[in-house]
Design a protein around this ligand. Structure first.
Ligand SMILES: Cc1ncc(COP(=O)(O)O)c(C=O)c1O
Length: 362
């Protein structure tokens, strides 16, 4: 790919702008540049890295009316050698194309996506936050640009990548389990829909649910399937629980669950971590009963942003609730968190190909 560069004049080392005593928020800060590429007449053209700025879009663009848009979320880490490494970025590129299939959008060759991401990070490498536990959050996204009010797949698209230097997800350390609402009133997606895609519309639909969850003091919702029988996932993470014998159980991936790269990674790492993992359909009544009887000893969520988020309490619409492990972080959860973050930051050797160094080109 022949990327055109239109760069800002040489910038200062940006890390000086980060106050080491102040934790960076998640997802708010941007770097100096962005990657943009257009899709026209059946091909991706004009790949470029330009200063981060507003974009022009026709008011009739399909994305604005019918939400034909998909995105990804990945992270890059700086290791002790001072180099930046993306984590499992090939998995994100693959999932982007799976989402594209579901939303009737064109594929972007995986190598093209990875080159776009690595080239942008290279240009903005001075923006990497030098702060314990910080990372560079990577947001690739594609949206429909054709000006048409008919409901049909767009003939033109934009693929873009932006970066957000972000602080640690747990600014106070890995200390506080979260509370989830189990609701029978709202569902994330119907079977046969867009649930396994990282489609913008899925997140628009989740906003009123998140507001509802707040009324119960919960951070997010643990969604059930549309028959209110099985556990699916939380708003921005997959769900897991730990059995008394130490087995980590993750709901089976269906077309109503996003296939989390964190969940897949934890399963692939199980031998190395010395834990057992399995996937199955999980009945919500058995899950609650398991917590009450002590058969289930820990629970939480897996996701790129949230990493490993322990859950300490599940609240129900009638106001009742059930507490897991006395609302404390369990041993298996801690073990996974430490192993996973150790591996991302280069303290523990990662499996071949999981970390890709961002080469210095510019
Ligand atoms: C709905 C949903 N489920 C699960 C996840 C976790 O997926 P991953 O581990 O690939 O970030 C996310 C976040 O990307 C999400 O938005």
């Amino acid at each position: 790919m022949n990327i055109q560069y239109n760069l800002k004049p040489k910038s200062e080392r940006r890390t000086e702008a980060f106050k080491p005593d102040k934790t960076l928020p998640f997802g708010l800060l941007r770097t100096d540049h962005m990657f943009v590429m257009d899709y026209e007449d059946g091909e991706w053209i004009n790949p470029r890295i330009v200063p981060y700025s507003p974009i022009e879009l026709s008011p009739g663009a399909i994305v604005l009316h019918y939400a034909q848009a998909i995105f990804e979320g990945a992270k890059a880490f700086m290791h002790d050698d001072g180099e930046i490494y993306t984590f499992r970025i090939d998995k994100n590129a693959k999932r982007m194309n799976r989402s594209a299939d579901i939303l009737c959008m064109p594929h972007i060759p995986e190598e093209m996506q990875i080159e776009a991401i690595h080239s942008l990070i290279d240009v903005d490498r001075l923006w990497f936050p030098i702060q314990e536990g910080a990372s560079l959050y990577i947001r690739p996204f594609m949206f429909a640009t054709e000006d048409s009010l008919g409901v049909h797949p767009s003939s033109t698209y934009k693929f873009m990548v932006i970066l957000s230097p972000s602080g640690p997800y747990y600014p106070k350390g890995f200390t506080e389990p979260i509370k989830l609402l189990i609701t029978k009133k709202f569902h994330r997606v119907p079977p046969g829909g867009t649930g396994s895609a990282k489609a913008a519309g899925n997140y628009a639909a989740s906003l009123q649910v998140a507001e509802f969850a707040k009324k119960f003091g919960a951070t997010q919702v643990l969604y059930l399937d549309t028959t209110n029988t099985y556990i699916e996932e939380a708003g921005t993470m997959n769900h897991y629980h730990v059995m008394k014998d130490g087995t980590v159980v993750i709901p089976e991936f269906t077309d109503t669950i996003l296939r989390s790269i964190t969940s897949e990674s934890v399963m692939e790492l199980s031998d190395r971590m010395g834990i057992k993992t399995k996937q199955e359909r999980i009945r919500v009544d058995e899950f609650i009963e398991g917590i009450r009887t002590g058969e289930i000893t820990e629970a939480g969520g897996f996701g790129t942003a949230a990493v490993i988020s322990p859950v300490g309490e599940y609240v129900f619409e009638d106001g009742s609730s059930v507490v897991v492990n006395d609302n404390k972080i369990g041993e298996i959860t801690k073990k996974i968190y430490e192993y996973y973050t150790g591996l991302q930051t280069g303290k523990i050797e990662a499996p071949e190909g999981w970390l890709k160094k961002v080469e210095r080109r510019v």
